[in-house]
Design a binder for this molecule. Structure first.
Ligand code: ADP
Length: 460
């Protein structure tokens, strides 16, 4: 995945490089348009003054060299071309002594030379190049002899200083920018990953998570709203659970009374009488409601964050066998064939809760299977413990499959069977508390395969 952090760094790097390139181009354009011409004019003034002074010496060729040496000492690089094409230099030596055709014309054509046509590159660094063609040239005459004087300011020292300064300048811009970029990227992306983590916690029903982000900007506002939202969700969740616990508690005792009296009534009433039939209906309904209240109570206690499993080590294959025995009558009634493949496996788990799991999965397999079909139960201990319960029943449509573990969800085609839609929600919760997982494969009309995976714990 291309993270936001990487994208931010990449984009900022591109902008940094672009701004440096643009900076260099603009500086060059400014130099070529303004500074360069001024420098040439200044150098021409100096060269003309020197040439004028030499001409005023009235033919004293012997004074030529000492005079040019002393001018060079004032910070100039000078070259003198005499009529024999003899070149003498003064001051810091030139890097390159090649003279262009235009430069030579100073001597013959009595023109001035401005270095402009010397073919130097467009970069301003050429301004500092210590070449003979990067000078200005003026003609003069001493003692009837023609000379050409080439001159430029000696900027070697200055140039290296400028280069160092420029480099330091660019480096400090780059370092400060890079450091700022990494800091900014972290500042922006860290709260986003914290938010991401927090949303995942909320998605897993953990409402105790709080975002530790305190900033005076939009991200800070978002974090505050998020914390507020978690607070509200937590309150809602708590009141929902308290409500369910209270309701199911309060339902239990009157229901037990109704059930008890209905049993008494049906025992007393004569066989086949209306009274007996009514009493049986009351008893059945009371039983159903009591079952629902029990399921609600169990679910709400599993929901408590501090729920403690009462785990111990026991034989899982024996437990599954026992659970099947429980349904012996119903299996016989529906003429269902059960094939078992149970390895001897010990498990460290909450016996009572796991009983609920097998009980519910087996009862579902029986409930949603047509008479005469078969159910297969397979227990293995590869990669942890796996229990597979497979039936050839009515199956679950692809549209219903993602929702069957939701509370009170029942697929339409199973409505004719008794049920509450809470069984699988409880099973899923119990498996989750054991750090296991549950998977469903099913096709409408073909059957259902439920796989429960449990980790292999060692008793502590
Ligand atoms: P219920 O009390 O309705 O059985 P459950 O939570 O146990 O509630 O199951 C939820 C729904 O999942 C059921 O109503 C049914 O539609 C579907 N279901 C569960 N197990 C099976 C199965 N073995 N075959 C077909 N449908 C199933």
């Amino acid at each position: 995945m291309k993270t936001l952090y990487r994208q931010f760094i990449q984009t900022s790097l591109v902008f940094l490089v672009l701004s440096i390139v643009l900076g260099i181009v603009l500086t060059n354009v400014y130099y070529l348009s303004f500074t360069k011409q001024e420098t040439i004019e200044q150098n021409l003034d100096r060269a003309n003054e020197v040439a004028f002074t030499l001409e005023q010496m009235h033919g004293d060729t012997a004074a030529l060299e000492p005079f040019l040496s002393s001018v060079a000492n004032l910070g100039y690089q000078i070259a003198l071309l005499d009529s024999n094409q003899q070149l003498t230099t003064f001051g810091e030596p030139f890097e390159d002594l090649t003279l262009t055709v235009q430069a030579k014309q100073v001597l013959t054509g009595q023109q001035i030379y401005t270095g402009e046509n010397s073919g130097l590159s467009f970069f301003m660094t050429s301004h500092f190049s210590s070449r003979l063609d990067n000078t200005v040239g003026v003609p003069f005459e001493v003692d009837g002899q023609q000379y050409a004087l080439f001159l430029r300011q000696d900027m070697n020292l200055l140039s290296s200083d400028i280069h160092t300064l420029l480099l330091a300048f660019l480096l400090s811009i780059a370092v400060v920018n890079l450091a700022g970029m990494f800091l900014m990227a972290r500042q922006l992306t860290r709260p986003i990953s914290l938010l991401h983590q927090a949303t995942r916690e909320v998605a897993n029903d953990n409402y105790s998570h709080q975002l530790a982000i305190s900033r005076p900007d939009e991200i800070g506002d978002l974090a505050n709203s998020f914390n507020e939202m978690i607070g509200r969700l937590r309150q809602n969740d708590e009141s929902r659970k308290t409500f369910i616990t209270n309701v199911s508690h309060d339902l239990q005792s009157p229901l037990m009374n109704i059930k008890g009296y209905a049993e008494l009534l049906s025992a007393k009433a004569a066989d086949g009488s209306d009274e007996r039939e009514y009493a049986e209906v009351i008893e059945r309904e009371a039983k159903r409601l009591s079952g629902l209240a029990k399921q609600l109570l169990l679910l709400s206690s599993l929901d408590q964050p501090a729920y403690h499993l009462k785990a111990d080590t026991y034989s899982l294959d024996d437990q599954i066998r026992e659970a099947i025995k429980h349904y012996r009558w119903r299996l016989e009634e529906k003429e269902l064939d059960v094939s078992l493949k149970l390895m001897k496996v010990s498990v460290y788990a909450d016996r009572e809760l796991m009983n609920y799991v097998w009980d519910n999965l087996i009862s579902n397999a029986i409930k949603y299977s047509p008479s005469g079909s078969s159910i297969r139960i397979h227990l293995a201990d590869e990669e942890g413990i796996s229990v597979v319960i497979e039936d050839n029943g009515i199956g679950i449509s692809a549209a219903d499959l993602p929702y069957i573990t939701e509370r009170f969800y029942r697929a339409d085609q199973s409505r004719s069977e008794e049920g509450t839609g809470l069984g699988l929600a409880i099973v899923k919760e119990i498996v989750r508390l054991h750090e296991g997982k549950i998977e469903f494969e099913s096709k409408n009309g073909e059957g259902t395969k439920v796989k429960v995976y449990l980790p292999q714990y060692e008793e502590e």
